[in-house]
Design a protein around this ligand. Structure first.
Ligand SMILES: NC(=O)c1ccc[n+]([C@@H]2O[C@H](COP(=O)([O-])OP(=O)(O)OC[C@H]3O[C@@H](n4cnc5c(N)ncnc54)[C@H](O)[C@@H]3O)[C@@H](O)[C@H]2O)c1
Length: 316
């Protein structure tokens, strides 16, 4: 049985599938050639990440397909309901990358409070000629310890983000429509752990009282954070979006950065992905990454193994 891993698969996932008797085709077939390739190769399982689109046309024209697998969470690039209505299994790996995304949030937060994103742009240009000027420009840093992190959306990634925050001594508050109260257990390397009981707050209260805000909601029908929400925030707040482009209004963000209301932003996702707005890319107060939240060796290993195990279970 053939598995086409069109956006790649980890070595561990590939080995697990090979061991169970599957042949893994690790080529990247262009979108226009996809249906033809699947038919020529008689592919049973199509694995994608976010790049390959599993359209109705692909589903209609590829009768050998039995499973569509998404390595990751969001399935916006797959016609999920249509595939299921045709009797296909559609699987994903929702939990595998949560701690990687949470760590990236903290990479942006630590970067923001010490201006690393801007220092890394200017040190290569002026580090030798203007060291003292740059030292002065980046001298007003802050610590995260003791500050309040507001987490909007307290699912898998939101709660992983809370664990890191609590671990470094931050206070955590959250909003989530399906969760009033929860216990977050922070594990330590030696098996010890500490549990914290957290109660949800209102969005307004969170916006008003957080020193930093991180977004962990699924795609929404309209902006969750726009001008009105920025207006409510504490002056000097830092905000991170590693959820989905379109959750945060980027025009309102630039205005809030320029007025000084927001001190810095960390963005891993963009409204106009894969062509983020130039005003966003060039802004000195935005720490930028190209949608790499889940892109760690550990997350990719877990994703590959989780997909392999689900595929093996379905065919057994
Ligand atoms: N940057 C990356 O590379 C990357 C990787 C994986 C996932 N993601 C994104 O991260 C986001 C969160 O993923 P997850 O696995 O934690 O999802 P999840 O489903 O576990 O959690 C999402 C939570 O958001 C809550 N929610 C929904 N609407 C809300 C609202 N309006 N206000 C407050 N809370 C709301 C839900 O009740 C749920 O608890 C998703 O958008 C996902 O696509 C990004």
């Amino acid at each position: 049985m053939k598995v086409l891993a069109n956006d790649g698969i980890s070595k561990s996932g590939q080995e697990a599938l090979n061991k169970a008797g599957f042949e893994v085709l690790e080529v990247n077939v262009a979108q226009e050639q996809l249906a033809k390739y699947i038919n020529d190769q008689q592919v049973s399982v199509l694995l994608v990440r976010s790049a390959t689109k599993v359209t109705k046309e692909v589903l209609d024209n590829c009768p050998t397909l039995k499973i569509i697998g998404r390595g990751g969470v969001g399935m916006d690039n797959i016609e999920v309901e249509y595939a299921r209505s045709k009797g296909l299994h559609v699987i994903n790996t929702p939990a595998a990358s949560s701690s990687s995304v949470a760590e990236l949030v903290f990479a942006h937060l630590f970067s923001g409070v010490r201006f690393l994103h801007d220092a890394n742009r200017n040190m290569p240009l002026e580090g030798d000629s203007n060291f003292k000027k740059l030292k002065q420009a980046y001298a007003k840093g802050a610590e995260l310890r003791g500050k309040t992190l507001g987490i909007i959306g307290f699912g898998r990634i939101g709660s992983e983000t809370a664990k890191i925050a609590l671990g470094i001594g931050m206070k955590v508050q959250f909003v989530d429509p399906v969760l009033q109260e929860t216990t977050v257990t922070v594990p330590f390397f030696d098996g010890q752990s500490v549990s914290f009981n957290l109660k949800s707050t209102s969005l307004e209260e969170l916006l008003k009282s957080s020193d930093f805000i991180s977004l962990h909601v699924p795609a929404q029908n309209s902006y969750l954070i726009g001008k009105k929400e920025f207006d409510l925030m504490k002056p000097g707040v830092g905000i991170v979006n590693a959820a989905r482009g379109g959750v945060l209004d980027e025009v309102a963000l630039v205005d809030a950065l320029e007025s000084g209301k927001v001190a810095f932003a960390g963005l891993d996702v963009f409204e106009t992905e894969p062509n983020p707005e130039i005003r966003i890319l060039m802004h000195p107060d935005i720490s930028l990454t190209p949608h790499i939240g889940a892109s760690t060796a550990e997350a990719q290993d877990r994703i590959g193994l989780e997909l392999a195990s689900q595929i093996i279970t379905i065919f057994n």
